[in-house]
Design a protein around this ligand. Structure first.
Ligand SMILES: *Cc1c(COP(=O)(O)O)cnc(C)c1O
Length: 242
């Protein structure tokens, strides 16, 4: 039996309540289904229940599920760590936005490949707001410089920022991560860079989406609370050497 429609309804309710509590329009917060490890037939249930935006962490999983989902025309984002040797692959599967651009080398190689294919793609700059070594993302103090560098690549359309909040049960430790992302967004807006839109803040997951919405999230990425617990620990996805 699947609880996916019920779980989804609960998440949508949490999003709506958090928006109302913070004087925000629920339309301004999009739900992204974080579908790592979830088989295509279960993702189909969530799409059938009205969802359109999905995000994978690994190219291999996009490859495996792409053809089983393509008839439903989901919007595909990429939310995992992107290795430069996978760039060619990611461009084969209609990924419209990469949330995890966190270094110049990656941006520059993406730009080279996109130029060759005469394509453009949306990107978010991933910032390591929790400063944990295990997490990817540019260091907060280097984020503005990276944004300026990436802005020079006309194939990459910067739409905003992404972060993963600190894993903690303590709200007082999570909230500063989201506040920091917001403040980097405000500073980036001040730079007035041509072609750069700083409207998206991709932050908040199953455990902390209310805090993220209170701090300005426009995309929340939710997996566990919709699809259930995963077998692999998240470090499997978030550590370089795995
Ligand atoms: C897995 C994952 C999520 C979703 O996390 P849950 O706690 O399962 O909701 C969000 N963002 C990224 C980058 C992820 O890898």
């Amino acid at each position: 039996m699947s609880h996916i429609p019920e779980n989804l309804a609960l998440i949508l309710q949490r999003i709506e309540r958090a928006c109302i509590a913070n004087n925000r329009d629920p339309q301004d917060v999009r739900l992204l289904l974080a579908t790592k490890t979830v088989p295509a037939d279960r993702i189909r249930l969530a799409i059938a229940a009205g969802q359109t935006l999905i995000g994978e962490n690994k190219i291999q999983e996009i490859k495996e599920k792409y053809h089983d989902l393509v008839d439903l025309k989901p919007i595909n984002h990429f939310i995992g760590h992107l290795q430069t040797n996978k760039i060619k692959d990611i461009l084969k599967y209609d990924v419209t936005c990469i949330h995890s651009v966190d270094r110049l080398d990656l941006a520059s190689k993406l730009h080279q490949r996109l130029t060759l294919e005469n394509k453009k793609i949306e990107v978010l700059i991933q910032v390591n707001t929790s400063q944990e070594e295990s997490k990817f993302g540019v260091a907060p103090e280097e984020a503005l410089a990276l944004i300026q560098e990436v802005a020079q690549f006309d194939t990459l359309r910067i739409k905003g920022l992404m972060t993963i909040g600190l894993f903690s049960a303590d709200e007082a430790q999570i909230r500063p991560c989201f506040k920091l992302l917001k403040s980097i967004q405000q500073q980036a807006i001040q730079l007035n860079l041509p072609q750069v839109e700083m409207k998206e803040l991709s932050m908040g997951m199953s455990g902390d989406l209310e805090i993220a919405i209170a701090e300005g999230a426009t995309i929340v990425r939710v997996g566990t609370a919709i699809f259930g617990e995963r077998i692999y620990p998240d470090s499997y996805y978030w550590n370089e050497n795995k």
